[in-house]
Design a protein around this ligand. Structure first.
Ligand code: FAD
Length: 438
């Protein structure tokens, strides 16, 4: 399956607020030498860790390996918004695939949030700080509010989602502390979490039940051998009948994941955190302490964490962090919240999300031995927790009802070689339309 690349590991970590505030994780050091397992899971984010838990519960012996550390990928860097949502809306899915499929997708979204609650509770994850506090989606203009309101009506009438509430401009301003929005839609079945504590807590629980979790252990290459697979690492080989690829936006680190990487478009997403805010400023912001997102094409979102505001967004970010990209994010923050003019930004970080052509995650098998769950399109805390479980079942030959996420074959991204500049051009155009108020 190709020649092994030789990247340098471990890779530098993100200077995130989460990395600074997370509880330490012991016992996940590198694997030295050879090993055998029932399944090798490549990637120690939510997908890989959740899959490992499922395999262990089914009596199998998984080994989880990560090129860097547990939660080093998006799972340790995200905004911590636990959401039922996909990148596509359910009315759009109903139009293109029928109401029954859309209803199944909707239920899966809710099962995903339930899976996070169950995981935190059952594994007693310390510091996860999970709160089901709701998400307020804020409309940046009248057209966007009309679209949100129409979508809410369909969700109520065709999906039975009676909990959704519509807020007017006054209530949205009072709740968020920003006068920039003309209204919003409140979805109660969403939450907030400390993302890295969640990932590390899952790994800690696995280690406690004897499951091997190894950081600084990149899979360099997969090689078929007999009825199984050999996973080559820098210091040895792991033999197993099956492998699960759980590498999402980081699927091009080595040749081991070449079977999936061309099906994904990695997209950089960035976040900043303010210093702890003065009580008088804090009192004007995020009154209900939920997560908040907005309707611009290059969506921004914000949430509280302790006394701070965390603010994130996607943009025309390049291959790596750039000062200009963070400066643009900070300008957007201060534009939405003039009361933060004097507040310092103490943390800036970014990570990769994985977009798919279908805008939904993909779960399936490359062949009898190699399975995958990836492509969360930027909303993967809940979905990766749930799809991790399902990919374990898929790897064992079962066929759970995953509606559009069931991807027995993967579509390759056209013009793959130019995907990064192309993403930047599209993102730049979207930013222009947003800036023009369209
Ligand atoms: C800045 C940002 C903000 C986000 N905000 C939110 C949010 O608020 N809510 C939400 O729901 N989602 C959010 N997301 C998306 C969410 O974080 C991801 O969908 C989710 O974490 C994906 O989890 P994963 O386990 O599939 O992949 P990841 O957590 O990305 O893990 C993949 C792992 O694979 C490892 N790896 C790759 N190649 C190899 C190899 N060859 N050998 C060994 N290991 C390898 C990497 O080191 C990495 O640790 C955000 C993402 C980012 C980047």
């Amino acid at each position: 399956m190709g020649r092994a690349a030789a990247p340098t590991f471990p890779m530098p970590g993100a200077a995130s607020l989460w990395a600074e505030t997370a509880l330490p994780l012991d016992g996940a050091g590198p694997l030295i030498g050879d090993a055998e397992a029932d399944v090798v899971i490549v990637g120690a984010g939510y997908t890989g860790l959740s899959a490992a838990r499922r395999f262990a519960e089914r009596g199998l012996r998984p080994i989880v390996i990560d090129a860097s550390t547990v939660g080093w990928g998006a799972s340790g860097r995200n905004g911590g918004v636990v959401s039922t949502k996909y990148r596509v809306s359910m009315p759009a899915v109903a139009r293109s695939h029928g109401l029954e499929t859309a209803r199944r997708m909707y239920r899966i979204g809710h099962e995903a949030v339930d899976a996070v609650e169950e995981t935190v509770e059952t594994l007693a994850i310390e510091g996860a700080d999970l709160q089901i506090c709701g998400n307020l989606r804020c409309a940046h203009n009248g057209v966007a509010l009309a679209a949100l309101t129409a979508e809410a009506a369909v969700m109520r009438d065709s999906f039975g989602d009676t909990a959704i509430r519509i807020l007017d401009a006054t209530d949205t301003a009072a709740e968020t502390g920003s006068r920039d929005f003309v209204g919003g839609v409140l979805t109660p079945h969403s939450g907030l979490i400390h993302p890295l504590n969640y990932a590390r807590g899952m790994a800690r629980a696995l280690l406690a039940r004897g499951v091997a979790v190894h950081g600084q252990t990149p899979a360099l290459r997969l090689r078929p051998e007999g009825a199984g697979v050999v996973v080559e690492t820098p210091t040895g080989r792991i033999r197993a009948p099956r492998v699960v690829l759980a590498t999402n936006g980081y699927s091009d680190l080595t040749l081991a994941t070449q079977g999936v990487r061309r099906t994904l478009i990695p997209f950089r997403s960035a976040m900043v955190a303010s210093e702890p805010l003065l009580p008088a400023v804090r009192a004007t912001l995020m009154r209900e302490r939920r997560s908040y997102s907005e309707t611009r094409r290059m969506m921004r979102w914000f949430r509280p964490h302790g006394d701070r505001m965390i603010f994130g967004g996607r943009g025309a970010f390049g291959k790596s962090d750039s000062g200009a990209a963070f400066a643009a994010l900070e300008r957007a923050l201060r534009q939405l919240f003039p009361q933060l003019e004097g507040a310092a930004i103490t943390h800036r970080w970014s990570g990769l999300v994985a977009m798919t052509l279908a805008s939904v995650p993909h779960v399936g098998r490359l062949d009898e031995r190699v399975s995958y769950a990836l492509g969360y399109n930027g909303t993967g805390i809940a979905m990766a927790t749930l799809m991790g479980r399902h990919v374990a079942d898929v790897a064992l030959g079962e066929a759970p009802d995953l509606a559009l996420m069931n991807a027995p074959t993967l579509r390759t991204v056209p013009f793959y070689a130019v995907r990064e500049p192309a993403v930047r051009v599209v993102a730049g155009w979207y930013q222009f339309l947003d800036a023009a108020g369209r």
